[in-house]
Design a protein around this ligand. Structure first.
Ligand code: HEC
Ligand code: HEC
Ligand code: HEC
Ligand code: HEC
Ligand code: HEC
Ligand code: HEC
Ligand code: HEC
Ligand code: HEC
Length: 492
């Protein structure tokens, strides 16, 4: 039974619990802008050993040194040692040319000078990207592919748990990667060079969609495809030179209007809405799950965060909540799904009317609800029934229907929902809900009936019978649509 539950959990989505320091949410919740830049203290940089690193590395690895030469860091006098210096006690510290250095410059190291970005990034869902896959790696990466696939694929996007060998060097099974939730030897999460290519570390480069689509493309997150096929992507491609990417501040509606990029909607400043390195805050739904949920965001007094689906018991401010790790903590702020939606809409309102924005959100939400009610919930209930009746083995991915189900919500199901949320009609329908429907009716249901055998009426058909949107199956129809598409008819 436990195994069954485990495999169901595997097919299910997202740990609800995400720890991280609070960052912008509080400010967002109180509608206070955080526009002042954090003051940097020049006493913190200009390490005297830096010149030696540069002169030798101009030959040893001239490419990276030349990138650093063109960076804001070089211009401000921040050198190699200012970032790579390490304490001998750190697990990955190595002695190199008379200095103690570490190859990994973790978010914590950057935080010495960039505390605000660090706090926001550590508190974001990005920082949890390794945690959300850790329990699923065996099934997806090891069984379906093979263990070596993990470092070449999952780790490159999600990040690895970096292992340090006895001599302080990094284990090639776990490094290099600049995964967004990588667990670093110092315990910090993620990699700032995931978006800021090194050693330029440019903010202009990070504002482009290209900074995101290395990871946000393909089945797990088809945003590159969706964005490029949208009107926003069309305008970005045509008017990129008007995007003012090099500007010191980059406020939508003020510093640029030509098009929104991924950063505009998910991280960027717009009107009174401040910029943030916490990418998840403006998202109301969980779109990458067998069934989508509207999500509350709970922030605790100690800075931890937790996302809760609206069906859960939502705590009040000031109350205490028991967390999955057993600790009891006081709730500081609860952001409702509506509040998160409002933050996202503030971005749209810099370029669109309230009417367009609200009407668009109505269309988008309706697609998510359709997916949930018609396909997501029934398919999930049928799978749960088949596992409970022991018609399926608890081992994930050893039976055809497990692949069918996985692709239903994960591949085309995510494409439909991402397509509708980010304005690509093609991905909402042809690459999305059309394929969901085809797979549901023509693969999933027949396979489920075959697996259920004589119990099909109860385990499969009873579930579908209860759903209004499947009643058309019982209506009398002529085969006109399928047979009728002739040249005469399409020209009418
Ligand atoms: C006398 C030349 C020389 C000096 C001085 C020097 N390095 Fe290196 N460094 C090298 C060479 C050569 C390598 C190995 C290059 C390779 O693997 O391709 C290397 C490797 C590295 C690595 C990568 C280690 C790894 O895990 O792959 C880092 C990081 C590094 N150096 C940083 C620094 C810093 C910071 C300084 C200044 C304290 C510095 N280096 C000074 C020559 C030098
Ligand atoms: C702003 C901070 C910063 C500065 C300044 C900096 N580095 Fe790095 N460096 C990084 C980060 C971040 C990484 C990526 C390590 C990781 O997370 O895997 C890195 C990686 C490296 C690597 C190993 C990875 C590779 O691509 O080969 C070398 C070698 C290196 N740096 C050398 C240098 C040298 C030499 C300088 C000075 C010219 C320098 N760094 C300046 C942050 C910095
Ligand atoms: C090209 C980059 C990339 C690769 C490779 C990748 N992922 Fe993902 N994955 C993502 C992104 C981006 C998301 C976030 C999707 C969202 O929230 O919209 C994600 C989400 C997930 C999720 C959450 C729910 C879901 O499935 O969408 C799981 C679980 C997951 N990935 C597991 C894995 C595993 C295991 C591997 C390797 C076998 C892997 N991923 C490979 C980028 C990647
Ligand atoms: C998800 C991609 C992403 C990651 C990861 C990321 N950044 Fe950024 N960063 C950006 C973008 C985009 C901008 C430009 C924001 C803007 O101007 O709207 C930026 C801007 C910055 C700036 C300039 C801020 C300013 O006010 O001009 C600093 C400093 C910075 N990032 C540091 C970091 C540090 C430190 C980390 C790791 C803790 C990090 N970033 C991780 C995308 C990222
Ligand atoms: C020792 C201090 C120090 C460290 C460590 C440091 N930075 Fe910086 N960073 C600076 C300074 C100074 C500037 C220039 C600020 C300015 O021009 O206003 C800067 C600027 C930036 C910018 C803006 C660049 C642009 O295009 O204007 C980014 C992005 C950035 N840093 C990222 C990082 C990342 C990522 C790390 C860690 C890998 C890091 N920094 C480590 C001091 C530091
Ligand atoms: C190195 C890979 C990588 C890069 C680069 C990256 N992401 Fe992500 N992103 C992920 C992964 C993996 C997840 C899933 C994390 C999770 O659910 O914990 C994710 C999740 C997200 C989410 C979903 C948050 C939610 O509510 O669930 C958004 C929005 C997002 N990223 C936006 C961006 C933007 C914008 C950029 C570029 C500025 C970017 N990402 C760059 C890998 C990446
Ligand atoms: C015009 C604004 C806009 C642009 C541009 C945009 N997005 Fe989105 N994105 C949204 C909205 C709205 C949602 C749905 C938010 C919600 O859940 O309510 C969304 C959802 C997402 C999600 C799903 C998060 C989840 O809940 O699973 C990811 C990941 C994401 N976007 C990444 C990106 C990336 C990467 C790009 C660029 C290639 C991008 N977005 C461009 C507005 C935008
Ligand atoms: C930086 C400005 C900017 C931002 C921010 C922005 N958009 Fe747009 N959007 C545009 C422009 C310009 C167009 C093209 C108008 C046109 O030609 O129809 C457009 C087109 C659209 C369209 C297609 C309308 C049609 O008639 O075909 C929709 C829908 C849309 N945006 C929704 C949104 C939503 C929702 C948001 C916020 C999540 C948003 N936009 C954010 C600039 C922006």
């Amino acid at each position: 039974m436990e195994l069954i539950l485990e495999s169901l959990q595997m097919l299910n989505q997202l740990p609800a619990y995400r720890i991280g320091p609070i960052a912008l949410l509080l400010l967002l919740a109180h509608n206070v802008a955080f526009s002042d830049k954090v003051e940097l203290d020049p006493d913190q940089w200009g390490h005297e050993a830096g010149d030696k690193c540069v002169s030798c590395h101009a030959k040893a690895s001239s490419g990276l040194t030349s990138e650093w030469r063109q960076s804001a860091h070089q211009a401000a006098g921040v050198n190699c040692m200012d970032c790579h210096q390490a304490d001998a006690a750190e697990p990955d510290a190595i002695e190199h040319e008379g200095q103690i250095i570490a190859t990994i410059v973790s978010p914590k190291d950057c935080a010495r000078c960039h505390e605000k970005e660090y706090q926001e990034q550590q508190g974001s869902v990005h920082a949890e990207a390794y945690a959300i896959i850790e329990s699923r790696l065996p099934a997806l990466a090891h069984h379906v592919g093979g263990p070596v696939m993990r470092s070449a694929s999952c780790d490159q996007c999600h990040g690895s748990r970096v292992a340090v060998r006895g001599d302080g060097t990094l284990d090639p099974a776990t490094w290099p990667n600049s995964g967004i939730g990588r667990i670093n030897p110092d315990g910090s999460k993620g990699s700032c060079s995931a978006c800021h290519g090194r050693h330029r570390f440019s903010r202009a480069q990070a504002r482009t969609p290209e900074a995101c689509v290395r990871c946000h493309s393909g089945p797990d997150s088809p945003d590159q495809e969706v964005f490029e096929a949208s009107k926003h992507g069309m305008l970005y491609a045509a008017q990129r030179h008007e995007m003012n990417l090099e500007a010191p501040d980059w406020v939508a509606g003020r510093d640029y209007t030509a098009a929104p990029t991924c950063v505009t909607c998910h991280m960027g400043a717009a009107g009174k809405l401040p910029a943030t390195h916490d990418v998840g805050m403006r998202n109301m739904w969980s779109l990458n799950s067998p069934v989508s949920h509207r999500q509350f965001l709970v922030v605790f007094e100690d800075g931890a965060k937790m996302e809760l689906p609206e069906e859960a018991d939502i705590p009040r401010r000031g109350s205490e909540l028991s967390r999955p790790d057993g600790t009891l903590a006081a709730v500081k702020v609860v952001a409702t799904p509506e509040r998160r939606r409002k933050a996202m809409s503030m971005v749209c309102l810099e370029c669109h009317s309230k009417g367009l924005t609200e009407a668009f959100m109505t269309q988008f939400d309706a697609v998510v609800e359709l997916f949930n009610e018609k396909f997501g919930q029934p398919a999930h209930a049928i799978m749960a029934g088949l596992y409970a009746a022991e018609r399926l083995t608890p081992t994930p991915f050893d039976e055809p229907i497990e692949f069918t189900y996985w692709e239903l919500w994960h591949d085309e199901g995510a494409r439909a929902r991402h397509g509708a949320s980010m304005m690509s009609p093609n991905h909402a329908w042809w690459e999305g809900m059309y394929l969901v429907g085809r797979n549901f009716y023509a693969r999933f249901l027949p396979e489920a009936r075959a697996v259920a055998g004589e119990r099909a009426p109860e385990l499969v058909d009873a579930v579908i019978d209860g759903v209004e949107s499947h009643q058309w199956l019982k209506d009398p129809h002529q085969p006109s649509l399928i047979l009728g598409f002739g040249p005469q008819e399409t020209r009418q």
